[in-house]
Design a protein around this ligand. Structure first.
Ligand SMILES: Cc1cc2nc3c(=O)[nH]c(=O)nc-3n(C[C@H](O)[C@H](O)[C@H](O)COP(=O)(O)OP(=O)(O)OC[C@H]3O[C@@H](n4cnc5c(N)ncnc54)[C@H](O)[C@@H]3O)c2cc1C
Length: 396
């Protein structure tokens, strides 16, 4: 078995060596945003799709690889170590499992192959102004008119809505009873008349998210996923998958990179930064934490592979993965020193001939640190994850 896994690892590594192109590697090395650039992610998705490796966590009947949990872990690690870009999660990892569970046969047959191939680009319409953590208070109104819903209101922080041709969206269909009871889950086309996407520039001057306005937008009832007014269960199921991200491969890679910088950057006293006990200690502690996260992930992903949903353990993975990533990003800034304050937007563009200022790590350290702040907010803030763990795991 071990030999079979080792030969699987060699196959994956060989395939990556010939199919992961230098431009994709370079784009991933210089990427500092939460998500990969759209074109980079789609190019890599197309290559993986040709090989049949685009969705290792999907059941084989829908186009998954049919790999064991150990094979999936090996694949994720090899991709991270090879420096592959990430894929955009809204379709592949977020709405797809929900369509598999709640979709009609027609919805599955239409949407799932298009998610695999990258033909559809999805965005997530959950948050609204005033409804983030308290998501059940959402108010985007959907009224029935014949065989359509008519939508009025807005969604906010909608990542990549300016690229997306599809949105999965929570709407208010009923105001009677508890707020959770009158929510419906819709799949809609972004080119439907009445939808307007307005950019929200970030503090790092990136355009990742948007506010999306709906004025008399007509969505066919066939776009509903699950029953009317029962969308809260669908929404929560999706969030479990959004949060149950395997972080360990990326964390190992990020920590190895930081360690490499600590081993080479001078400490001003004839040695290297790793000789400084405080830095060596931080790296050692982070290594232990990353190993612990890997073990937790193995346990959760093994459960998912047996057909269970991740459950509240996904909150635990989100907490540990995002907070450890932030500590690695902080350490990278510490190693960069004063150079972290230099804005290097031009030098960071793939193929740029603008020379970098200071050490290599300085190109990405500060923007990754700033963008990394978002990870403990999106997907449900980490305070909310702690509330979930207190209630559902600890029974408090
Ligand atoms: C980079 C990024 C991308 C995003 N992309 C999307 C997207 O594509 N689609 C989408 O729908 N949304 C998206 N979001 C929105 C995200 O889901 C919300 O920001 C998040 O749910 C928090 O909601 P809020 O911003 O309204 O903050 P609030 O809910 O107002 O919370 C403010 C603060 O209060 C704390 N807090 C709130 N309630 C409690 C409580 N009960 N107990 C303890 N602390 C509490 C929170 O932890 C937070 O620190 C994105 C956010 C970010 C940062």
């Amino acid at each position: 078995m071990v030999n079979a896994l080792e030969s699987f690892r060699v196959d994956v590594r060989d395939w990556l060596a010939t199919n992961l192109t230098d431009d994709l590697r370079e784009a991933a090395r210089l990427s500092t945003s939460v998500f990969s650039e759209r074109d980079v992610a789609l190019k890599w998705q197309a290559i993986l799709h040709t090989k049949g490796w685009v969705a290792p966590s999907w059941p084989a009947e829908y186009g998954g690889t049919g790999w064991s949990e150990a094979q999936r872990h090996i694949f994720a690690c090899e991709c991270a170590f090879a420096g592959a870009p990430g894929l955009i999660p809204m379709g592949l990892r977020m709405v797809a499992p929900v369509i598999m569970k709640y979709g009609t046969p027609e919805q599955k047959a239409w949407y799932l192959p298009r998610i695999l191939s990258g033909a559809d680009y999805w965005c997530q319409g959950y948050s609204e102004p005033g409804s983030g953590s308290d998501l059940a208070s959402l108010s985007l109104k959907a009224e029935r008119d014949g065989d359509h819903y008519v939508l009025n209101g807005s969604k906010i922080w909608t990542t990549h809505a300016h690229f997306a041709n599809k949105m999965f969206c929570l709407v208010r269909t009923n105001r009677d009873g508890r707020p959770q009871q009158g929510i419906t889950f819709l799949l809609l086309d972004m080119d439907t008349p009445g939808i307007e996407v307005r950019p929200i520039p970030s503090i790092a001057d990136d355009h990742d998210f948007n506010q999306v306005f709906f004025t008399d937008v007509r969505v066919p009832i066939s776009g509903r996923l699950g029953e009317e007014d029962q969308g809260w269960s669908v929404a929560k199921y999706l969030l479990e998958f959004e949060r149950a991200v395997a972080h360990s491969a990326g964390l190992m890679m990020a920590l190895a990179e930081v360690r490499r910088h600590a081993e080479t950057l001078p400490n001003g006293e004839g040695g290297v930064l790793l000789d400084t006990p405080a830095i060596a200690r931080k790296i050692a502690l982070l290594s232990v934490d990353v190993a612990a996260i890997e073990a937790s992930e193995d346990a959760v992903m093994a459960k998912v592979a047996q057909g269970f949903n991740p459950g509240p353990a996904s909150s635990l993975l989100k907490l540990q993965g995002t907070e450890t990533a932030q500590r690695i990003q902080e350490l990278a800034v510490e190693l960069t020193g004063d150079y972290a304050a230099v804005s290097q937007i031009e030098a960071r563009k793939p193929g740029s001939n603008v020379e970098a200022v200071g050490p290599d790590v300085g190109l990405t350290a500060a923007p990754r640190y700033f963008n990394g702040r978002a990870s403990t907010i999106y997907g449900g803030s980490n305070e909310i994850q702690r509330n979930i763990i207190a209630k559902l795991v600890l029974g408090l």
